[in-house]
Every structure is written in structure tokens, then in C-alpha cells.
Design a protein around this ligand. Structure first.
Ligand code: ZN
Length: 257
């Protein structure tokens, strides 16, 4: 786990060596902070809790951007703050809990399973907490109840598992309209005014130009897939992990069917 780095006033990001997964901390008032997607390994969470303590911070609220195992983790050392996710995400966490815990056990074993995925459904357009405005952009692209967070004071967009520089669009082909859902997500993110930095769930932080570049790449990928055209996404390379190459192949097959 890399150390927490301040990318904008009061916004800190740590990046795990596991799939370049990002964890974000937003500093609030009197030592409270908002913690988004703390991840990924047991050691990562221990390091994160230690760094927060060193900085005199404690989570006052937490948000999970979407109901996948690597975005719904927690440890006792992070305390008892309310943990929120979008309603559709909370529903999926309940119905898919068994499969999710199995994936977690294979990929990042050793977590306290009682704490995994214990979110409460949050209706509304902002995270209720005593700190900088944290607006929610909820859609069903990538996963049901995918909720990006925009911090208007600092211009930081926490994009969840979209807008990555190292991942192709990963569609939830279990849902009825994965393409439409993903396009809606891209449109919503593209229309957020005042983004100065984007923090993807996996990958590098980018500026506003980089956000536009990634959204363009995502759209080009979706256009090619839906038209059944062969397409070489620059983010899919010989160095890409096997699971992503497999996902790409299965998305090609999905649209050919
Ligand atoms: Zn995901």
C-alpha cells in the first residue's frame, strides 16, 4: 500500500499494489473524515488505519462506490462509522453475499467477514456528514447502484470503477441493459461541472483533460462492442491481467450473441 498522498486540499489518496486500487480520505471537521472504498488487503487496511491515526483522523462516515468485493471492505481498526452505499448496491450485497465472500477469500484472504459489505442504503444526492460537500452520481453502469462521488470544493471526482487508465469498460452483463447502463454512467460523469481531478477505483489519478480522454476511450470501446467491430483498446495490452483479457473476450461474445 502506498502512503496517503494529498492530491487536493483535504483530499488524500492511497494506492494499493493490488490492481492499483485507490482508497480516498476526505478531511472533515474536528478530526472526522470520509473514507471511500478502503482497500484492499488486510495489510493495506492496517496501514490505512495506522496512517489515519497518525494524522489524528478517524472515519466519521464511509462510502462504497459499488457492490464488488474490493470496494466494500472494512476493519475494526477503522472504527464504527456509518457505512453507506446506493440502495441498489445494498440490495445486491445481500443477494450476492456468498459469491462475493468467496471471491474475496480467493483474492484477499484474512478479512473479518462480519465487517465486509455491511453498508446501509443511502437515498439522496449527497453523503450526510460534517465535512466538505460530497455529491453522489448514482447509475447502474459497471454494477447496480454504482455511486461516484464529486467533491465540488476541491473539484475531485471519485469515479469508482469507471474512467480508468488501466481498465477497459467492464459491463455488468448480468443486468438487462448493460450497455445502456454504462453509457448513462459515462454521460453522467461527463456532465459533472468543475472536475479538476479524477480518481479511478483502479489506476492513476488524472486531470480534467485526462478525464475527457478516458471518457472518450470508454465511448469508443462501447461503440465498437455494440457494433460488433473489432477494436483494440489502448488499455488492453500484453501486460494486462488475464482476467481483463477474458472479460474483453466475454464482452465481445455478449454483443455478438
Ligand atoms: Zn468493480
Amino acid at each position: 500500500m502506498g502512503r496517503l498522498t494529498e492530491i487536493a486540499p483535504g483530499v488524500l489518496v492511497a494506492t494499493s499494489t493490488y490492481a492499483m486500487t485507490t482508497s480516498t480520505v476526505v478531511v472533515g471537521s474536528s478530526g472526522g473524515c470520509l473514507l471511500v472504498d478502503p482497500a484492499v488487503t488486510v495489510a493495506d487496511l492496517a496501514a490505512l488505519a495506522g496512517e489515519l491515526a497518525d494524522r489524528g483522523l478517524r472515519p466519521a462516515a464511509a462510502w462504497s462506490t459499488h457492490p464488488h468485493w474490493d470496494h466494500v471492505l472494512w476493519s475494526a481498526a477503522l472504527g464504527g462509522a456509518p457505512r453507506y452505499a446506493a440502495p441498489a448496491a445494498v440490495t445486491l450485497l445481500a443477494t450476492e453475499r456468498g459469491a462475493m465472500l468467496e471471491q474475496l477469500g480467493q483474492s484477499a484472504p484474512g478479512h473479518d467477514l462480519e465487517l465486509v459489505g455491511r453498508m446501509q442504503a443511502l437515498e439522496g444526492t449527497a453523503i450526510p456528514w460534517d465535512g466538505p460537500d460530497a455529491r453522489l452520481i448514482v447509475h447502474d453502469g459497471h454494477a447496480p447502484g454504482h455511486g461516484a462521488v464529486f467533491l465540488p470544493d476541491s473539484g475531485v471526482l471519485l469515479a469508482g470503477d469507471m474512467c480508468s487508465d488501466i481498465e477497459i469498460p467492464l459491463l455488468d452483463t448480468e443486468e438487462k441493459d448493460p450497455l445502456g447502463d454504462y453509457r448513462t454512467g459515462v454521460e453522467r460523469l461527463a456532465s459533472v461541472p468543475g472536475v479538476r481531478q479524477v480518481v479511478p477505483g483502479h489506476g492513476h489519478i488524472g486531470d480534467s483533460g485526462e478525464l475527457r480522454r478516458r471518457l472518450g476511450l470508454d465511448t469508443a470501446y462501447l461503440d465498437a462492442m455494440s457494433a460488433g467491430r473489432p477494436y483494440q483498446d489502448p488499455r488492453l495490452t500484453a501486460d494486462s491481467p488475464e482476467w481483463m483479457r477474458d472479460m474483453h473476450e466475454s464482452q465481445v461474445r455478449y454483443f455478438q450473441a
